[in-house]
Design a protein around this ligand. Sequence first.
Ligand SMILES: [Zn+2]
Ligand SMILES: [Zn+2]
Length: 315
Amino acid sequence: MITGIPNANEYKQIAMECLIQAYNSIVSVDNALTNSTPREKIWEYNQIVLRSGLVLIHQGIEGLLKSEICKTSPLLLIEKKRGDWKTLPESADENFSELYTIGGEDLLRTYYACIGAKKVHEKFLQLYEEIRVRRNKIVHGIGNEKLTPEYILTLILDTFTYLLGKDSFWEAASSKFYQHPGFQYEDEDVEWEDMIHYNKMEHLSFFLGKKTLKKHFSVDITARPYLCPHCTEKSEIATKKGAKRADSKWAFLHPNDPLGTNLSCIVCQSDFGVLREDCGKDGCKGNVKYLIEDDDDSETYICLTCWHDETREAS
Ligand SMILES: [Zn+2]
Ligand SMILES: [Zn+2]
């Protein structure tokens, strides 16, 4: 018999690690930018981060395809001819990890046999081919085409959306981030990073543009943006001049109804109810408020456009 047969989840976890590692490597380089050196020069110097990122994306895609095939049967992944399988009664056991598994064209055909073409995004095949060709050139040391961080980021986002659906990229990036062991040890450095987790969305939006980013989220991120009460409170830091907060707006009416009372924040992935009422601050045209504090006698509403708060008697 064949022992040590893997399951779909094991392949998926490895795939996620590869894809998020490719993404985080780009964020790390960009986070370390200085004002004096042009970003373009930094990325010329860090081409290896982009090349290894592309290899990781290829590995990630193969992992996701294998994961899907496993749902039908992991045995479909074995490359060895059936006639050579050591599975008859007199044979010794064979461990799955010691057998070659299929790749390339065979992997693709088996994947489509298991899932059916209609369930796969129509652009996936083109994406896979592009990545496969470039990856082969990189690992065989031929061609040294210059890669850009924007290009690799787009490949990562497309891979997630085509194979796992909208929102899956950010879910995976957040999930990996919050699994950081520093959270268990109340590590201040990690907690500080938590406050700036939303900055990653700013990074993506700045370099890819909201229009490109839009197709990867189920919420319409090109609609009017609002402050998320949870992310904004979390981002608050004390400075000599008083509290400073992020003014990053990643919450949107969902569905995008002009009178809607439901907001979704794509950074912290929370949904919450809001009150539609004009803001009392001069010059603010906002009309979306959030009940931030509520006790027996009073209620405090915060404007999600300008963060102005108003306290009134409890209703
Ligand atoms: Zn939020
Ligand atoms: Zn306001």
